[in-house]
Design a protein around this ligand. Structure first.
Ligand code: ZN
Length: 248
């Protein structure tokens, strides 16, 4: 990412970087791609049919030929790295996630490198993007040093971090429609559509999160309706388009 000419709300100086807020854009993110691909193609067909766009968080160690072939048939997607193994390193009740500020830097960086290498070997990512598993980030200074251009966790503000020579954009999701992960139960469609309007009114965008292995049981009509609702009211962007805007 070149020096971004963004809307600057405020600037915070930290030890390792400067942090600025930036004008947000709406997007759809699909996480955990690779854990179970059974319903992924149905979901992507809904996205493609509606001329929507989605960013896929792919788990590197779950990539196989079947997934590669499947994804090569869709034009509505962009590729991002979702961790390395996506496994939890510490026992339940303690810090979650395979990445963390509390781990040694070299361990975070080793996992970043190995994961990105698999993504590049199997796909043609347009930019270096990281989606932290369990929303647990490695240190931002590591992402900057490793030339990542964008990361997407959970939150409600777009930010740009810079260490003086490099820039990274943070574009977090802010809406998860799953009410109960154990039961794979969504909130009612009407409630989700109102929540979409609420988060856009409050934060200026919706970053909508889906998991292919946590979709409503029977069919994807609800997802279809929600996707139609989002794109009829709020244009959704690929991360590459958001990064491009930041560069202008
Ligand atoms: Zn995940």
């Amino acid at each position: 990412m070149n020096k971004p000419n963004t809307t600057v709300y405020k600037e915070i100086h930290q030890k390792d970087f400067v942090e600025r807020e930036m004008q947000p854009s709406s997007f759809i993110r699909i996480d955990d791609v690779g854990i179970s691909n059974d319903r992924l193609s149905d979901l992507l067909e809904v996205i493609e049919k509606n001329s929507a766009k989605a960013i896929l968080g792919i788990i590197p160690t779950r990539v196989n030929e079947e997934l590669r072939d499947l994804l090569s048939t869709f034009k509505c997607i962009e590729i991002a790295q979702h961790g390395y193994t996506h496994s939890q390193l510490l026992p339940p009740g303690e810090e979650k996630g395979e990445f963390s500020e509390t781990l040694p830097i070299h361990e975070n960086e080793r996992r970043l490198d190995k994961g990105w290498e698999i993504i590049c070997r199997n796909f043609k990512p347009k930019h270096k993007t990281f989606i932290p598993p369990w929303h647990t980030l490695p240190p931002i200074k590591s992402l900057l040093q490793k030339n990542y251009e964008l990361f997407s966790s959970y939150g409600n503000k777009f930010k740009v971090y810079s260490n003086g020579s490099r820039y990274i954009l943070s574009a977090p999701v802010n809406l998860d429609p799953v009410k109960d992960y154990a039961l794979k139960k969504f909130y009612p469609t009407k409630a989700i559509c109102s929540s979409i309007d609420e988060v856009v009114a409050r934060y200026g965008y919706v970053g909508f999160l889906l998991h292919p292995n946590y979709l409503p049981e029977n069919n994807l009509n609800e997802i279809d309706q929600i996707i139609q609702y989002i794109i009829s009211k709020y244009p959704v962007s690929f991360f590459s388009e958001i990064l491009k805007e930041g560069k202008q």
